[in-house]
Design a protein. Sequence first.
Length: 240
Amino acid sequence: MIEFRGVNKWFGPLHVLREVTLDVQPKEVVVVCGPSGSGKSTLIRCVNGLETIKSGDLVVDGQRLGDPATDMPRLRTEIGFVFQQFNLYPHKTALQNVTLAPIHVRRTPRAEAEQAGRELLAKVGLADKVDAYPSQLSGGQQQRVAIARSLCMRPKIMLFDEPTSALDPEMISEVLDVMVAVAEEGMTMMVVTHEMGFARKVAQRVVFMDQGSIVEIGPPEEFFSDPKTDRSRAFLSKIL
Ligand code: ADP
Ligand code: MG
């Protein structure tokens, strides 16, 4: 579903992705971890074209990014992205946030989009908040609206960039529970997170990045109990 082949990216003189090669299979959940500045956000931002690559190949759902034949706006509608900051529209209700893209981008009839939106908000535990504005919601609730908003576009891939890092500790699990449910329904996911409980529960593989390179990659039980490199051991000793 997502294929990185020898991908390189620079920001000016800074080599932020170094020869990254990684396949994400359909329905696979890959957790990406590593120190701050190691290139995790850049890696997943490349997948939906928020960043462009300098060399190598990146193929998403069979379409090569950077290829003139690839319809990027269309491909983007198939990829949900959930950020650390929830990025909801402040002057729109939860339901309006969730239905905006289906109505205006997918041209879904409003009644149909609203029904789907209500169902998704119910699914993330917010049936009673459909008419609430973001300022009336907790951080955990806002992030669940953001997830529902992405799901409402019926994406094939969901990308998460540290979705619980901005949350108060007591709200982390309500968001992780929703992400686990999405994973268990068979979504293809790349998740930048240091929530190792989440990784153990649903990830098929954990990718450890450092200084723009994938240093280690393996099943969570292996990566956490028997990290293979000094760098991954040092990293794990800090977060576990
Ligand atoms: P991570 O998500 O692992 O913390 P990032 O992918 O955000 O790392 O950043 C990787 C490196 O690229 C860092 O050194 C960061 O400072 C740099 N960087 C990220 N975005 C930009 C940008 N738009 N312009 C210049 N440098 C950037
Ligand atoms: Mg980041």
